[in-house]
Ligand binder design. Sequence first.
Ligand code: NAD
Ligand code: UDP
Length: 314
Amino acid sequence: MKKCTKYRNLITGGAGFLGSHLTDRLMEAGEEVICLDNYFTGRKENIIQWIGHPSFELIRHDVTQPIQIEVDRIWHLACPASPVHYQFNPIKTAKTSFLGTFNMLGLARRVGARILLASTSEVYGDPEIHPQPESYRGSVNTIGTRSCYDEGKRIAETLCFDYQRMHGTEIRVMRIFNTYGPRMLPNDGRVISNFIVQALLGESLTIYGNGQQTRSFCYVDDLIDGMIRLMDGNHAGPINIGNPGEFTILELAELVRNRINPKLEFIKKPLPDDDPMQRKPLIALAQQELGWSPKIPLEEGLEKTIKWFKKAIK
Ligand code: NAD
Ligand code: UDP
């Protein structure tokens, strides 16, 4: 690790939703950032504010191909996160998860960088234990439509720990639970962006299944705070980072509708295959090891997100 105040940070997927918020935070802290992206779901608009800054570089590259670059820290976020996008080309998603993580771990090993993997609560699959602690090994379908992502992230975690055991690579593994906020793509397909965009356009809100399935939603600023604490700290993980507030999808739809237009209707659509019925993180480890807990309740995060989407879809 380079001994100076500024780190050279590589953020894969840096033009995406989470990657661009991380870019903002590191740039604002005076760090150097190399943002690497293939623009599958990322956008230059998300990081345009930094183009031309002497501490910022932008590279169009696909993580399934190796790259030679000198860095101190690798934040490995590259991978589509929305079911609609990761199922668009599931073989590519599996390649991105495996080869992408393999290439980034190889780079980390070669240059002695610390690497953080953006893993996911999807490693728990459709969980039989609720809420989910990091020790839970999950209930994942190996052959379903979500498997490219779920199993992709599971093998990515495995690779991290094998690099740690075999080569002493400094790894940090973060299990991210559903996160939302400004810069989600309007056509992203994830539930919060769907509901907000539908409500702003005066359309009915699409409820998949009976709407009784639950999720726990973390506002992006809280999530990035947890990510930075994990990278800076001494715990390799895996560590759950998410907001333990649990809501049914119907409750979420009510919250969004009431804020935008209470007259809107709900329409039922089929529940996608293998859609987890419940999800809520246990965050005791993050509290203990990172001194982290989320601060922004869903109502407040929704206000900020709705405000942003009002401008974004004008
Ligand atoms: P996103 O789709 O907005 O960002 C992913 C970024 O990676 C995009 O900029 C995309 O263009 C880029 N990318 C995809 N494949 C690539 C490839 N092969 N090479 C280079 N770049 C590539 O998604 P996000 O919500 O910002 O998620 C970021 C990371 O966090 C992902 O790894 C995701 O699995 C993980 N995660 C996110 C959530 C969430 O709720 N947002 C939950 C769990 C895990
Ligand atoms: N969902 C929904 N309507 C939508 C989009 C999603 O009811 O328009 C449901 C989806 O079936 C799932 C939950 O909301 O039960 C969260 O979906 P999302 O795609 O945001 O995330 P994930 O399923 O990966 O947690």
